[in-house]
Design a protein around this ligand. Structure first.
Ligand code: GUN
Length: 292
């Protein structure tokens, strides 16, 4: 069998970003409103710093305002909640993103719950999770599952009715909302996780396999149904063959999987760029709703 089609998330994300930039320009022209996202980073976690910088760069590139709040690791929870209150009340701020993970002394759920749902650009607030789970309009959808769904639709077409989908990983950020989106698209959805029995057998039944467990190259080639669409959400840094060097790998053993799957996202260059593009889209949408 021929190797899988490589799903080019970088190219798709570039197209989406261009459409968002057009939307930003149109909103400015029609309503005099510039979409703005507040990005809150607490502490010095190196991976978070990289993510936050790329979000801030994308905002500026697309003509949006980036309000950056980089706070010390020992910031009191009460001060963070007070900052959220100020951002909630600021009309120039249409979206608020609090980079996770937060330092251990801060209750993440309490902080996320403080963001008004209309400004919850990440879609992590329980109101947005509830709107998505109950299939109601107006939910802000988490960026990584949204980006993954766009890639799945671009690969398989809009009609996903009756397809067997398996989501590996049950996080609130990716696994659960991903399963909700696929369910809404009329897929038959299985959620698998670290306690699932006979995981390879479960995976092999899936026409669509979304891996979001954060375990490097856990999904092997023989776990994949021939011709399946494989979406690899994992971004894991592992030691490279060359001493002292590292490389990025996904949750799927790409070199094996590419021989079996029908289509597969690479790491890097697959889902990653879609996450930021969807964050830009969520921010624009929040600004459009606020502008009426
Ligand atoms: N940390 C890892 N992924 C994410 C994300 O998508 N949003 C936020 N806010 N923090 C994260």
């Amino acid at each position: 069998m021929a190797d899988a089609k490589i799903i080019d998330g970088k190219a798709f994300a570039a197209g989406l970003r261009a459409r968002v930039a057009d939307g930003v320009a149109a909103l400015k022209a029609s309503h005099g409103v510039t979409p703005g996202l507040a990005v809150v980073l607490v502490g010095e976690d190196p991976a978070s710093q990289v993510y936050v910088r790329s979000k801030e760069r994308a905002l500026v590139e697309l003509g949006m305002n980036s309000f950056d709040h980089h706070e010390p690791a020992d910031m009191a929870e009460s001060d963070l909640l007070a900052l959220i209150d100020r951002l909630n009340a600021d009309p120039a701020v249409h979206g608020i993103l609090v980079q996770l993970p937060l330092p251990g002394h801060i209750d993440s759920q309490k902080v996320l719950a403080r963001i008004v749902p209309e400004k919850d650009a990440d879609g992590f607030h329980v109101v947005n999770a509830g709107l998505l789970a109950t299939g109601q309009p107006g939910a802000i959808v988490p960026c990584t599952p949204l980006g993954s769904l766009l890639l799945i639709r671009d690969t398989l077409g809009r009609d996903l009715k009756g397809k067997r989908a398996l989501v590996l990983g049950r996080s609130n950020i990716v696994g659960k909302p991903m399963a909700q989106l696929l369910l809404q698209a009329d897929c038959t959805v299985t959620m698998a996780h670290s306690r699932t029995v006979d995981l390879p057998v479960e995976c092999r039944r899936a026409d669509i396999l979304v891996a979001a467990v954060g375990r490097p190259e856990m999904v092997r080639g023989d776990w994949i149904k021939p011709g399946a669409t494989v979406i690899d959400v994992g971004i894991n840094r592992v030691a490279a063959a060359e001493p002292g060097k590292t490389r990025l790998v996904g949750d799927v053993a790409f070199d094996e999987a590419v021989k079996v799957a029908g289509a597969i996202t690479p790491v890097p260059g697959g889902v990653g760029p879609m996450t930021i593009a969807c964050l830009m889209l969520n921010t624009l949408a929040a600004a459009c709703r606020a502008a009426g």
